[in-house]
Design a binder for this molecule. Structure first.
Ligand code: 6GU
Length: 294
């Protein structure tokens, strides 16, 4: 996968070189280009923004700067100032449990191609609090792309015509990472890139570690424990040392349901629940109601 990121703060994208993403770069699973938008700015001031039509606070990023930048990057042309992040910063840990377990990578087949779109066009992701909310499902679909470009806007955003016009060369998605406001799209691009890249086969050695993720089955994950068995007087749940895989699985499912019910009850509406799951949930709700009465 090729990842290109355009920003007026290219140094913000340095975390792409570290840890998981850095390792994926070293292994040739992804290649990353970071571009300074100002390289496409013209005039003595090299300005990239201007005041909004219709008035209001803040500045809007200029179409004459973004247009040519996105055209060149869609065509695979390397702009002069692009910094290629293909030498990853060495990370501290050696081989991880993921690398050592050596399970078979698995592809997620559904791609994000809408009716009328060219499936071979690169995917343009425009981080924006006004976008559709990012999700694990989108991360899975986008992990099958060959070329993703992030257009990171600052200030009050990018002139909307840039996004409309880019649809001639890209499949365009405006995307938000949640209901809060950031200063710019850079950190959101890092979040989205990491969620996508870890799903590319070979990036995580252990396919179970993302098949069993929170959200992959629609529930939050059960808590995890490691040695020692007692720490600061706190004991781990006894079932985990029973060696009884069936009971462990049952306990984890129960914990997942418990957590989801208390932290994210909205998720339960879209989950396939077994009869056993429904019994567990009914017991949880009964107990909660009981406590409420006292
Ligand atoms: Cl993607 N961008 C910005 N600027 N703010 C956000 C966001 C994105 N997602 C949530 N807030």
């Amino acid at each position: 996968m090729r990842l290109d990121v355009v920003s007026i703060f290219p140094e913000y994208l340095q975390p792409l070189r570290h840890a998981l993403l850095g390792r994926a770069i070293e292994r040739g699973l992804i290649s990353v280009g970071v571009y300074d938008l100002r390289d496409w700015a013209t005039g003595v001031h090299k300005s990239v923004d201007d005041s909004p039509y219709g008035g209001g606070p803040g500045m809007v990023m200029k179409p004459e700067v973004w247009g040519p930048a996105l055209d060149e990057i869609a065509a695979g042309k390397r702009a002069g100032g692009a910094e290629q992040l293909d030498s990853a910063v060495q990370h501290i840990h050696g081989a991880t449990h993921d690398e050592l377990s050596g399970t078979v990578p698995q592809r997620y087949d559904d791609r994000d191609v809408l009716a009328g779109e060219d499936p071979n066009a690169p995917l343009l992701l425009v981080p924006s609090p006004a976008g559709a909310v990012f999700s694990q499902n989108k991360a899975q679909a986008w992990s099958n792309e060959d070329h993703i470009v992030f257009a990171c806007g600052r200030y009050e955003g990018i002139d909307q015509r840039v996004i409309d016009d880019a649809a001639h060369r890209y499949r365009v998605r405006e995307v938000s990472i949640g209901d809060y406001v950031l200063i710019g799209g850079e950190v959101a691009a890092l979040v989205i890139a990491e969620a996508i890249v870890r799903l590319i086969p070979g990036v995580l050695g252990n396919q179970r570690s993302h098949q069993e993720d929170s959200f992959s089955d629609g529930l939050l994950e059960a808590p995890s424990y490691t040695k020692p068995r007692v720490w600061r007087g706190l004991e781990i749940p006894e079932v985990l040392t029973s060696g009884h895989h069936g009971k462990v699985a049952q306990w984890r499912r129960q914990q997942a349901l418990l957590r989801t019910q208390s932290r994210r009850p909205d998720l339960l509406e879209n989950v396939e629940l077994s009869t056993a799951d429904r019994k567990i949930l009914a017991a949880i709700r009964e107990e909660a109601a009981g406590i409420g009465e006292n």
